[in-house]
Ligand binder design. Structure first.
Ligand code: GDP
Ligand code: MG
Length: 199
């Protein structure tokens, strides 16, 4: 039964990973704040942003984590992956290098994330003319890895909402059988406890 005092029904942690400057921070800000800024973001990273959405009659709260510059060192700590239910794996369609590095990031996921974490592969900056990675190449890699593929633009807002909502749905549909449900419950209780003590 739903707890009437609860502000939300589920809290999911989602990570956005990939090479530096592929547009991770921009995707996050586009989805959570519907903004895009072409200039100021290159060097900054944010910790995480919150976003709420409804699935069926459930209020889902997403905690979406940026990599805050750690992407430059290519070794994000295990702590970062811990307790995450979803991962957005981003490359830049105008950079073959960032696409090739996806293999590295997939290894990172295998080594650090929970085995049943839900993933999406994202080719960002699809608004740009000067492509190095075709839609077919992206789709082929996603098929090989058995994960869903999206091409997005944080600039024009193409497919951004669709991508995050697909991932959230995947997490939601599967959470019940998974051990993560325990973590989600715990995180939720922690947050509720936190609200209580702040009143
Ligand atoms: P991050 O290092 O992966 O977080 O990348 P940022 O989000 O900081 O973006 C790097 C650069 O790419 C910035 O100058 C953005 O304005 C630009 N950028 C990000 N997403 C898009 C996009 O979808 N289209 C275009 N044209 N530029 C983008
Ligand atoms: Mg960034």
């Amino acid at each position: 039964m739903k707890n009437p005092k609860s502000k939300f029904d589920f809290l999911f942690k989602i990570l956005v990973i990939g090479e530096s400057s592929v547009g991770k921070t921009c995707l996050l800000l586009r989805y959570t704040e519907d903004t895009f800024n072409a200039s100021h973001l290159a060097t900054i990273g944010i910790d995480f942003k919150l976003k709420e959405l409804m699935i069926d009659d459930k209020l889902i709260k997403l905690q979406i984590w940026d990599t805050a510059g750690q992407d430059r060192y290519k070794s994000i700590t295990k702590t970062y992956y811990k307790g995450s239910q979803g991962i957005v794996l981003v490359y830049d369609v105008t950079s073959m290098d960032t696409f090739e590095k996806i293999q590295h990031w997939i290894k990172q996921i295998e080594n650090n994330a929970s085995r049943n974490v839900k993933k999406v592969l994202v080719g960002n900056k699809c608004d740009k003319e000067e492509r190095q990675v075709s839609t077919e190449q992206g789709q082929k890699l996603a098929d090989e890895k058995g994960i869903k593929f999206f091409e997005t633009s944080a600039k024009t807002n193409e497919n951004v909402k669709e991508m995050f909502e697909y991932l959230t749905n995947e997490i939601f549909r599967n959470y019940e059988e998974k051990e993560e449900s325990i973590n989600i419950k715990k995180a939720k209780e922690d947050e509720e406890g936190h609200h209580k003590c702040c009143k």
